[in-house]
Design a protein around this ligand. Structure first.
Ligand SMILES: [Zn+2]
Length: 156
């Protein structure tokens, strides 16, 4: 609880990452999956770079850090955005490659999708995920979509 007279900026600068951002474009949402095939994504005008930079500026203004969950497709297409997020002090994390629900994939497809997303983020950021299972991989699902925390990303 913040009381009167407290310095909100001082308080937020000592907090851990409590903000998270899904870095994905509007045409990737699951609700559009039936009418916007994934092989057409390249044809849609992208808004993800401009909107993510707007969020980055807001976070800078309020001295806030966050975890940015990149869809691998975005990291592959806009590697400069991954580098900018990392350079501005935020945590990188993985939100699959093709933004598909886990329950629609076989275990092999899930592994391949996750590996492709991790590779895209690694390539973009110029960091490597360490091979330590304690450091790699806490998967959470939200509406069936995977969010993968990959801790070494934010150390690099
Ligand atoms: Zn998402």
């Amino acid at each position: 609880m913040i009381t009167e007279g407290q310095d909100i900026n001082a308080r937020s600068s000592t907090a851990g990452h409590i903000m998270s951002v899904d870095v994905e474009d509007y045409f990737m949402v699951e609700a559009f999956a039936g009418s916007v095939p994934r092989n057409s994504w390249n044809a849609w005008p992208s808004r993800v770079v401009a909107s993510t930079k707007r969020v980055l500026d807001l976070f800078d203004k309020y001295n806030t850090k966050a975890t940015f969950f990149f869809v691998g497709w975005v990291a592959h297409r806009h590697p400069e955005l991954v580098r900018e997020v990392a350079a501005r002090g935020h945590e990188l994390a993985c939100h699959s490659f093709w933004h598909r629900t886990v329950y629609s994939l076989t275990p092999e497809e899930f592994r391949e999708d996750t590996r492709a997303a991790v590779n895209a983020i690694e390539d973009a950021a110029g960091v490597k995920v360490q091979d330590d299972p304690a450091l790699v991989g806490v998967v959470e699902l939200e509406n069936g979509l995977p969010f993968l925390y990959i801790h070494p990303f934010f150390d690099g």
